[in-house]
Design a protein around this ligand. Structure first.
Ligand code: MRU
Length: 352
């Protein structure tokens, strides 16, 4: 994308404010960890890899804020801030993955001077951000191998540059296929309630001139049944050891229909989205968000006062509906549990 989702300059974390897109492109500025926590919780920044990278800078900002305290208090206060940041959103495991990476650096440097600790933390946050882009590029290369020369691709929510530091996961594969000359067209689900498809995915696709059509979520089943879709590509927020995958609400429904009509259904996610500690999707905490996301659209009330609302932000797609998981280490094919298990033993993959 033309604009980077996350930037850190001179002590200020700049995040594209995704609540305002596509009408306004504006950066939200966080100067301390509480502002980072609030940006994640209020979805200024969203998407699993993006919230991980933002939280890493949040840990650095906490350390900077507490730099003048006695060492023991400093370390305790940073860990306290980490706990708060980790609670900002419960489903995407990239959040705790990034915070744990930062805590490891803190731990390894705890006897160093505070200045050395701060430098090490900032370097680690920068590394997490830069590696996210490299990881996305690697996923795009692997993913492009399964995209036919001519294909209609369905995607859900936003797994693009805006959901990462840059380039994207599922949308990264789409970008790569497009720029490598394949004749692809994208169907983007609008993705109620927060409309990440209509507001963010459509924004990215239009900006880059990638042929795309926006559909209501409820139109996807008809397209899948009628042979209009060759491939489904979506991102992930947490993948269990058996391959069960949490992603934006509505993903499970798509996977059931794709599976019924034998349409390839791939998850595109970095290994940092795999939670090796949980055996199945039943253990994934599903975030429930405010009823107002359902009773209102962009702040305008559409449902009567007094109606009950159920608003889970994610659902779990069972492993058996997934054709493969495209990671930066390669594509995991079924049985997914075996592929995930061999990754677990691989050097260079940090376990959550
Ligand atoms: O609630 P959101 O917008 O943070 O949900 C985002 C998704 O569900 C994405 O598909 C997922 O995080 C993968 S992003 C590369």
């Amino acid at each position: 994308m033309q604009y980077r989702t996350i930037k850190f300059n001179h002590g200020v974390l700049k995040l594209i404010d995704q609540r305002k897109l596509p009408l306004e492109l504006r950066y939200y500025e966080a100067r301390n960890y509480k502002e980072v926590e609030s940006a994640i919780a209020s979805m200024v920044i969203r998407g699993a890899p993006a919230i991980g990278a933002a939280a890493a800078y949040g840990v650095y900002l906490a350390a900077f804020e507490y730099r003048d305290l006695p060492r023991e208090t400093f370390l305790a206060k940073v860990l306290e801030a980490d706990t708060e940041l980790a609670k900002a959103r419960p489903t995407a495991v990239n959040l705790s993955w990034a915070i744990k990476k930062m805590e490891r650096v803190l731990d390894n440097n705890q006897n160093e001077t505070i200045d050395t600790i701060l430098t090490a933390l900032l370097n680690e946050a920068d590394k997490i951000a830069e590696q996210d882009i490299e990881t996305n590029m690697a996923m795009a290369r692997y993913g492009n191998e399964i995209v036919p020369e001519k294909a209609a691709i369905l995607t859900h929510c936003n797994a693009g540059a805006l959901a990462t530091v840059d380039y994207g996961t599922a949308l990264g594969v789409i970008r790569k296929a497009h720029y490598s000359g394949k004749k692809i067209t994208v169907y983007a689900d609008e993705t109620r309630p927060r409309l990440q498809g209509a507001r963010l995915t459509a924004f990215e696709l239009v900006e880059e001139g990638i042929p795309a059509t926006l559909i209501a979520d409820s139109a996807a089943a008809t397209l899948l049944r009628d042979g209009k879709i060759d491939l489904v590509l979506v991102g992930a927020d947490r993948i269990a050891a058996n391959g069960d995958t949490a992603n934006k609400i509505g993903t499970y429904m798509l996977s059931e229909i794709a599976s019924k009509y034998r349409i390839p259904f791939y998850i595109v996610a970095p290994t940092s989205t795999i939670d090796f500690n949980i055996s199945s999707g039943e253990e994934i905490a599903i975030e429930e968000r405010s009823p107002e996301e359902i009773t209102k659209i962009q702040g305008v009330r559409i449902a009567p006062e007094g109606i009950n609302v159920y608003n889970p932000a994610f659902d779990v797609t069972p492993a058996e509906n997934i054709t493969g998981i495209i990671t930066e280490k390669g594509i995991i094919h079924p049985p997914l549990a075996a592929g995930i298990n061999s990754l677990k033993n691989e050097k260079g993959v940090m376990k959550n």
